[in-house]
Design a binder for this molecule. Structure first.
Ligand code: 5GP
Length: 253
């Protein structure tokens, strides 16, 4: 069997060269990290759940005309995606105060924000992904003004879609992070949603109880992370309702 070429290994995923030019195979690991990888663990089944959940969200986005890198799921842990030139900026959209905005600005967690707030973070592990302004992004040529306008538009459309989908299953979308990448099509280039959308990169709170169903369960030692992600997947119909939270999830094909 031919060995695949590994392009990149990150904290939660491995990227391999895809079968066609311009494609990549994205493999979801069970590794969980937090606080810039100071806290680490292996959570059985997390990669399988995130593969399915990211497929679910990206397919939904593609369906309403929000372009993403997702092509198709290949198996339990892998999906085929378009190769992109990644923009080195994490885009965070917040609907409710939590996490770093609460710490930085002293806004109590759970405070509804007056409007969705879009923030940018420079992707650099050594620097701990610092928050940056549009001025920094333009001045240091991480992206152009046109890219920035497109990034905000994409992020707000993802927010509208994700908020609605989660609300329909009794979950509040508190905030999330996306990454975008550039693709070239003939004489044109455009930005599309890349990386993953999963409970690793969102804050999800049960609307009635406030129970956390995202990576904060791991960051803050609030229980079993795979159970929380299984709950999200079950509510969205990605897992059968009668599947018990478990380390090796049973998936609907
Ligand atoms: P905060 O800035 O409050 O730590 O994070 C805001 C939101 O973006 C949270 O939903 C968090 O999960 C997500 N986020 C921020 N940075 C990262 C990152 O480097 N990796 C992942 N997976 N999510 C992130």
């Amino acid at each position: 069997m031919a060995r695949r070429k590994k392009i990149y290994e990150g904290k939660a995923k491995i990227l391999y060269e895809g079968p066609e030019p311009g494609t990549i195979v994205q493999y979801f690991k069970d590794d969980a990290t937090a606080f810039n990888a100071e806290k680490r663990a292996t959570i059985d089944g997390k990669g399988v759940l995130n593969n399915r959940l990211s497929e679910f969200f990206m397919t939904g986005l593609n369906g309403i005309g929000v372009p993403t890198h997702f092509i198709k799921r290949l198996n339990m842990r892998e999906q085929l995606v378009r190769a992109v030139e990644i923009i080195p900026i994490e885009i965070v959209v917040r609907n409710t105060a939590a996490g770093s905005i609460s710490k930085r600005l002293g806004i109590p967690e759970g405070t509804a924000l007056p409007r969705p707030i879009v923030e940018f973070y420079y992707k650099d592990d050594d620097l701990g992904d610092p928050i940056v302004s549009e001025e920094h992004i333009i001045a240091f040529q991480w992206a152009s003004q046109q890219d920035l306008d497109d990034m905000v538009a994409l992020a707000l459309r993802v927010n509208d879609f994700m908020s609605g989908v989660m609300l329909s299953v009794g979950i509040k979308l508190v905030d999330f992070k996306i990454e975008v990448g550039r693709v070239f099509e003939g004489d044109y280039q455009r930005l599309i949603v890349a990386d993953e959308i999963s409970p690793d990169s969102c804050r999800l709170w049960d609307i009635k109880t406030g129970q956390k169903l995202d990576k904060d369960v791991f960051r803050r030692d609030l229980g079993n992370l795979a159970d929380a992600y299984t709950e999200v997947a079950q509510r969205l119909g990605v897992l059968p309702k009668n599947a018990t939270p478990m380390t090796k999830p049973t998936l609907i094909n």
